[in-house]
Design a protein around this ligand. Structure first.
Ligand SMILES: *Cc1c(COP(=O)(O)O)cnc(C)c1O
Length: 310
């Protein structure tokens, strides 16, 4: 792959097993195949490119893992200095991947929100641009490119299934859907219990801040979603769904067997909606699953969770 590539066009795969489970055609948008292992390559790459075009030389990002990895990667490709702040919850696997891209790695606070507050201050002190991992129109625009690709491939989904962390992916997806005239297509927005800040906000009709994050899906662990996620969701047909860590994990294990691809529980949450046949049943096919991926997973991690998660 040329070293100047920020993201690639990902394949669309038919899934015979998920199609069997839901009784309708299931199509997978394989974002796990981005150079950094997740769709974050799109949005974070776009935000870094924008900063670079504005003359920025140093960026700071806070991240549970994949956004930081994507910024570290984009920063290396674009020739910018990168500092990533991760919370203590972020594991060794993700930390190692970020360091390997040549970024400076700092650890601060227990959850992402703490790392974020620290990183904002650090950016101001060091004259760097702060790259927000999900609350930034440039990030949403970057993510929206995945919908442009699905549309260009001639696939017209009857339902789209997507995971929600801070809501940047959802906001980008809805933006892309509007652009291609899919504003009426229903969306199933999936989280794990203990990281369900979107479902709670939709139920409350306003932003909700969780007291803490208790799910293994660390990548979904924003205590508060961005306002655009709920504003855009209210303008569209978005149904929140909350699954258990066990369901997300079982979906990761099944997906690895069925499609020979490792994904994080953050992505397994969406896949669980297929494996467990949850969510609205729409007459129109196919159901499009955004396989958001995630680099911070190994066979050993899945095996360990398989022993410990109830
Ligand atoms: C970041 C991420 C999410 C959630 O995306 P948000 O934009 O924070 O909602 C889901 N899955 C994976 C693998 C991620 O890296």
């Amino acid at each position: 792959m040329p070293s100047s590539i920020l993201y690639v066009e990902t394949p669309l795969w038919e899934s015979p097993t998920l199609s069997d489970r839901i009784g309708r055609r299931a199509v997978l948008k394989m974002e796990a195949f981005q150079p950094v292992g997740s769709f974050k390559a799109r949005g974070m790459g776009a935000a870094c490119r924008k900063a670079k075009d504005e003359g920025v030389e140093k960026v700071v990002c806070s991240s549970g893992g994949n956004a930081g990895l994507a910024v570290a990667y984009a920063g290396r490709v674009l020739g910018m200095g990168v500092t990533i702040v991760v919370p203590e919850r972020t594991g060794e696997r993700a930390r190692g991947l970020i360091r390997r891209e040549g970024a400076a790695l700092l650890v601060h606070g227990e959850a992402w929100d703490d790392a974020h507050a620290y990183a904002v201050g650090l950016a101001a002190e060091t004259g760097s641009a702060y790259i927000h991992p999900f609350d930034d129109p440039a990030v949403w625009r970057g993510h929206s490119s995945m919908i442009q690709e699905v549309h260009a491939a001639g696939v017209e989904p009857g339902l789209i299934v997507v995971s929600v962390g801070g809501g940047g992916l959802l906001a980008g997806l809805l933006l892309g859907m509007d652009e291609v005239g899919w504003g009426e297509v229903p969306v199933l927005a999936v989280e794990t219990r203990g990281a369900d800040s979107f479902a709670q906000a939709m139920a409350a009709g306003d932003l909700v801040t969780l007291p803490g994050i208790t799910s293994i899906a660390a990548t979904l662990g924003a205590r508060t979603v961005c306002r655009e996620a709920i504003d855009a969701a209210r303008r569209h047909r978005v149904t929140p769904l909350v699954v258990s860590d066990r369901q997300a994990l079982d979906a990761c294990l099944a997906f690895a067997t069925d499609h020979r691809v490792l994904v994080e529980p953050a992505c397994g949450a969406s896949l669980a909606a297929g494996y467990d046949a949850l969510g609205p049943v729409t007459a129109h096919e196919p159901v499009l699953f955004i396989v958001c991926g995630g680099a911070a997973v190994t066979p050993q991690m899945l095996a360990e969770w398989d022993r410990t998660v109830r």
